[in-house]
Design a protein around this ligand. Structure first.
Ligand code: TXA
Ligand code: MG
Length: 315
């Protein structure tokens, strides 16, 4: 059920969270399936709903840096990053603070913790009203596309309470940066570009060798991920019979895209439309989805990462 953005809705969601239930909250990246991060039994419900492997840890969402300081051990660099980019689409993986209140199931028993402070006003409103950290994976069944509208969540989880925050402004999951390694390591490209991170840190960020399942540090980087139900074909120049075509940039040759991620060729706009448009084309009468090539710069890197995983072509 979709709830309108109001203080009454926030009250309803808080009550459910306090009862150990899952609710759906909008964030600036994608919609999240949120539960109390301190309760194993509540977190178990999230894994079950998503059919998510239990070894795949969750991100803990906080309302402030102060709250985050109680959960993770911040190096100076971590503090600088949080001060510069929070609230916003950056998740930091840090050593977990000993004796914090977080349920072991949320972090899949790891000694590290992924922390993120979202900027969406309704996510912030919910976190502040609730008071504790919320464990919140994207609100999609495991391996499927992340939802960027309340309606996309409702299609798969109609029985949940979904707070309607409109379409997500960023539209791609947060960038995950691991600071537990000697050099900062990018575990997942996302809503904050690698270029911005590197220019802030004034040193290179290591981009992980993805795809070696079993060795992946962010199991969300499993190869088959972010997949529509229909086959996805990349770098298409034209559509083949039965396919839908997802375009990018001006369409001078008239390749007749069914939808266009950004007619003006803006990768930020394309990121915000990516999952919604893939959802829209993942239906009858189409037999598959063809996507034209997307440049690699800025958020284009994260877009191409998701497309490669969705098509199963990442290796
Ligand atoms: O934008 C986002 O980050 C969204 C919204 C809802 O905030 N959340 C999200 O969560 O994308 P999820 O569960 O779909 O992805 C979390 C990723 C997974 O790839 C997981 O493996 C990784 O974070 N992760 C969580 N804790 C980790 C840890 N301690 N070390 C390494 N990776 C971790
Ligand atoms: Mg996810």
């Amino acid at each position: 059920m979709i709830l309108p953005p109001s203080s009454a809705s926030l009250g309803t969601l808080c009550q459910l969270l306090n009862q150990g239930e899952c609710v759906v909250m909008p964030t600036e990246t994608v919609y999240g399936l949120a539960v109390d991060g301190r309760r194993d039994e509540a977190i178990a419900k999230v894994y079950a709903l998503k059919e998510r492997p239990l070894f795949n840890p969750l991100i803990l969402h906080v309302s402030s840096l102060d709250q985050a300081l109680e959960l993770g051990d911040f190096s100076e660099e971590a503090l600088d990053l949080a001060q510069a980019f929070w609230p916003g689409p950056l998740t930091l993986v840090l050593p977990q603070k000993k004796g914090n209140a977080i349920a072991p199931l949320a972090t899949a028993g790891l000694s590290t913790i992924a922390l993120r402070c979202p900027s969406h006003p309704l996510a912030r409103g919910l976190l502040e009203a609730f008071g504790g950290a919320l464990a919140a994976p994207s609100a999609n069944p495991s391996t499927r596309l992340s939802p960027t509208t309340a309606q996309a969540v409702e299609r798969v989880f109609p029985h949940l309470m979904i707070l309607d925050g409109g379409p997500c402004a960023v539209g791609l999951e947060s960038t995950i940066l691991d600071l537990t390694t000697s050099c900062p390591t990018l575990l997942r490209p996302g809503g904050l570009s690698l270029e911005r991170l590197e220019s802030f840190l004034k040193r290179p960020v290591v981009v992980t060798q993805k795809g070696k399942e079993g060795k992946v540090k962010a199991p969300g980087m499993l190869l088959k991920h972010y997949a529509p139900q229909r086959p996805l074909r990349l770098n298409a120049r034209a559509k083949e019979s039965g396919e839908a075509l997802l375009g990018f940039g001006p369409d001078p040759l008239g390749y007749l895209s069914d939808l266009n991620l950004s007619p003006s060729g803006d990768v930020v706009e394309a990121a915000s439309n990516l999952f919604r448009m893939l959802h829209e084309l993942d239906r009858e009468p189409y037999s598959g989805i063809a996507v034209v090539s997307i440049p690699q710069d800025g958020l284009g890197f994260a877009i191409n990462d998701r497309l490669a995983r969705g098509s199963g072509s990442k290796s």
